[in-house]
Design a protein around this ligand. Structure first.
Ligand code: BTN
Length: 252
């Protein structure tokens, strides 16, 4: 990973052939004092973690399985905004290669309704301060096909474009886009600066979606994000907001 053009993000890289989960390793390294912007990368993960306790398919050689350690001086309440920055950085990277991908709020990236990238953010925090945040990013890059059970729901960048990608260059670009947006976010304390671009990437902007909470499923029309990254949903003409982490949206 030479030639990194960032100042902080990915300047320290911890590289492994095989890990259980880059998120778990990143949390351990963060506890041990790894600096802000450290990046953990593995060629393959035995137990890649997805959301809702699912296993994330992370085969050797064809994807990017990485976790970024951040130590921002922000209240824990603000951490969910960083997840959206992760999705935006990957979207911008793909765009820079001429690939149009869309975001499913808060942080899934899809092409033709199939997932190209999953993001899992984990945080260690006290009541008022963040100790560290780990953003785990799994990008399907060069796979030519997926196992049967994922065929309908997953897609790689290579399958979408017919090209093969240099993974180190992808990591460099994601780090660069992330750093630029992250700096602005730390300066402003919100995502107002990114709202327009983020909304333009949403696959469900102004579409009817269903919102799945633990005990309740409801429907509404998604209107894009507000300044703090919550999704605005209108129900019978009334607007309400949903926070990431509490819900999953379907029907798109
Ligand atoms: C999801 O869509 O369910 C989130 C998937 C997140 C996968 C990435 S791969 C790198 C990092 N390490 C993990 O164990 N998970 C994340």
């Amino acid at each position: 990973l030479s030639g990194m053009t960032t100042e902080v993000m990915g300047r320290h890289v911890y590289y492994y052939d095989c890990l259980g989960s880059t998120n778990d390793q990143a949390r351990m390294l963060a506890e041990q004092g790894a600096p802000d912007g450290s990046l953990v990368v593995a060629e393959t993960q035995n137990t890649g973690k997805g959301r809702m306790g699912r296993v994330f398919f992370s085969p050797e050689g064809s994807g990017i399985w990485m976790s970024l350690i951040l130590k921002p001086d922000i209240p824990p309440m603000d951490a969910s905004m960083i997840t959206l920055l992760g999705a935006m950085a990957v979207q911008e990277m793909m765009e820079s290669f001429g690939l149009e991908s869309g975001i499913k709020w808060p942080n899934d990236l899809v092409i033709d309704h199939r997932k190209t990238t999953g993001i899992l953010t984990e945080m260690s925090a006290g009541p008022d301060v963040v100790n560290y945040i780990v953003i785990g990013i799994g990008i399907n890059v060069n796979m030519k096909e997926f196992p049967e059970e994922l065929r309908e729901t997953a897609i790689s960048m290579a399958m979408a474009s017919g090209q093969t990608y240099h993974r180190a260059e992808i990591i460099r670009r994601v780090m660069q886009y992330f750093e630029t947006n992250y700096r602005q976010f730390l300066k402003d304390g919100n995502l107002a600066f990114l709202k327009k671009k983020y909304d333009a990437s949403l696959i469900h902007l102004n579409k009817e979606i269903s919102i799945h909470e633990i005990r309740r499923v409801w429907r509404g029309v998604s209107r894009g994000i507000n300044d703090i990254g919550e999704l605005i949903v209108s129900v019978d003409g009334e607007e309400t907001t949903v926070r990431s982490g509490e819900v999953s949206i379907r029907g798109v």
